[in-house]
Design a protein around this ligand. Structure first.
Ligand code: SAM
Length: 299
């Protein structure tokens, strides 16, 4: 009953079953490809966060089944979850935030860089938007770090993003590494979802950039002093002022150095129209406690 009503409601869910795709997400990659022609002259691809495997299916069908020259093609798929086998797809069951996973991917390419990296990674959604966006951001950072190890100069990167309030910062950061960055919302991605895909074309890292798997927020073992130039992504923190001066977190006794009592001074410049003015007026007239008024003031 539940299944048939979902079948009726969601055309992509139905079409995925009819087309033999493992998930309706296949249409997202197909539609992104219609716009950006991602697969021409592409032989080595990494599919990050690949399970259950519909994006790997798209890659396998487009690069292997529909091509004459299939021997040169190498598709590596990574996910925390195990995935049923697919023709021509090498699988790694691993965590994309781990250096060991990056190394394992690299080992499969035998020294050759990838032409394309795709990532449809999503955390288990908590429903708390800020946390979900944060975790999605961390996954994207991990995906980008792996990408910076394996992608050839001029290669392309496609990743799922959540269009949260800080997404513009993400676009600017990607623009540092790719000459062409577009945010794309395929028709098959529900309008009600903040999901979108960042399509980054022509990998072009800044001169001197050394790929890293380090997440500066999480990696306590990072030797910050060794980072130089473009790799030094941390803003230095400097405590300033005389260390003998007052500590703003301390409370000091209200007596002056010469032994005189402290006299409370009025503000140098009182606010012209403070938001609490009405409350002060009412308090003076002893009206603030009256029923109804207190509610109006506080809400
Ligand atoms: N693209 C897939 C497809 O077409 O079938 C669907 C991907 S699904 C939306 C998101 C996947 O991200 C899940 O399978 C999940 O296990 C994976 N994932 C989340 N965090 C991960 C991590 N740290 N490392 C590897 N995979 C991860």
């Amino acid at each position: 009953m539940g299944r048939s009503s979902k079948d009726k409601r969601d055309v992509y869910y139905r079409l995925a079953k009819e087309g033999g795709w493992r998930a309706r997400s296949a249409f997202k990659l197909l539609q992104i490809n219609e716009e950006f022609d991602l697969f021409t002259n592409v032989n080595r691809v990494v599919d990050l966060c690949a399970a259950p495997g519909s994006w790997s299916q798209v890659l396998s069908r487009k690069l292997i089944e529909e091509r004459d020259q299939k021997n040169a093609v190498k598709i590596v798929a990574v996910d925390l979850q195990a995935m049923a086998p697919l023709p021509g797809v090498i699988q790694i069951q691993g965590d994309i935030t781990k250096v060991s996973t990056a190394n394992e991917i690299i080992s499969h390419f035998e020294g050759e860089p990838a032409d394309l990296v795709v990532c449809d990674g999503a955390p288990d959604v908590t429903g708390l938007h800020d946390i979900d966006e944060y975790i999605q951001g961390q996954l994207l950072l991990a995906a980008f770090n792996i990408t910076s190890h394996v992608l050839k100069k001029g290669g392309n990167f496609v990743a799922k993003i959540f269009r949260g309030k800080d997404v513009n910062l993400l676009y600017s950061q990607m623009k540092l590494f790719f000459t062409d960055v577009t945010v794309c919302k395929p028709r098959s991605s529900r309008n009600s979802s903040i999901e979108a895909f960042i399509v980054c074309l022509n990998y072009f890292p800044p001169e001197g950039y050394i790929p890293t798997m380090a997440n500066p927020l999480l990696n306590q073992d990072l030797d910050y002093s060794s980072l130089e130039g473009i790799n030094c992504m941390l803003t230095p923190f400097l405590a300033c002022g005389d260390l003998n001066s007052y500590d703003s977190d301390m409370t000091y006794p209200l007596e002056l150095e010469d032994g005189n009592d402290y006299i409370q001074l009025p503000p140098t410049q009182a606010p012209i129209k403070p938001p609490y003015e009405t409350a002060c007026e009412l308090k003076k007239k002893n009206k603030i406690q009256e029923e109804g008024l207190s509610v109006n003031i506080l809400t």
